[in-house]
Write a protein that binds this ligand. Structure first.
Ligand SMILES: O=c1ccn([C@H]2C[C@H](O)[C@@H](COP(=O)(O)OP(=O)(O)OP(=O)(O)O)O2)c(=O)[nH]1
Ligand SMILES: [Mg+2]
Length: 150
């Protein structure tokens, strides 16, 4: 079954040259996000930076977007998203930004229009939290954090 939605996308002023998020293969899960940095920025080992993408979105209620690292950047350069997966709320209208961190040993340069991360859309159920005095019993109960063994 294929779920299909329309999501509005807006290029922010001054970013007309920055590519729109793009799927790199027909059935890719993620739309690659392009850096909207001015010129180039360099992340020293251990350094983090909030990278602009030059775009904003309006998704329908019931969708979210997740910002995830690109595995190639992680493997080759130790570049990942610090808050992965980043959460883009359906009602957020600001610029999408990517919090990158350099966990590698070498400085890493990011140029304008380079692909820095990917954005995956997910359906989010609408949940109503109902406060109660007691919860239903289960076999697991409160067991967790490895209580079933290694
Ligand atoms: O990687 C990210 C994560 C978040 N956001 C934007 C969209 C999101 O809707 C908003 C808030 O994100 P989140 O809820 O993760 O952050 P918070 O620290 O809880 O901030 P807030 O109090 O604004 O919700 O920031 C991004 O652009 N990139
Ligand atoms: Mg929040």
């Amino acid at each position: 079954m294929i779920l299909s939605y329309y999501v509005q996308i807006n290029k922010l002023a001054g970013n007309e040259d920055v590519n729109l998020p793009c799927k790199m293969s027909e059935q890719a899960s993620g739309y690659d996000l392009y850096a909207a940095v001015a010129g180039e920025i360099v992340l020293a080992p251990g350094e983090r930076a909030l990278i602009p993408t030059g775009i904003s979105l309006a998704m329908p209620e019931g969708l979210e977007a997740q910002i995830r690292p690109r595995s190639g950047l992680a493997l080759k350069h130790g570049i990942t998203c610090l808050n992965t997966p980043g959460t883009i709320d359906a009602d957020y209208r600001g610029e999408i930004k990517v919090l990158l961190i350099n966990l590698g040993q070498e400085p890493f340069a990011i140029a304008r229009n380079e692909r820095i991360a990917q954005m995956v859309f997910q359906a989010v159920p609408v949940v109503n939290l109902v406060e109660v005095e007691e919860l239903s019993e289960t076999q697991r109960g409160a067991g967790g954090f490895g209580h079933t063994g290694k």
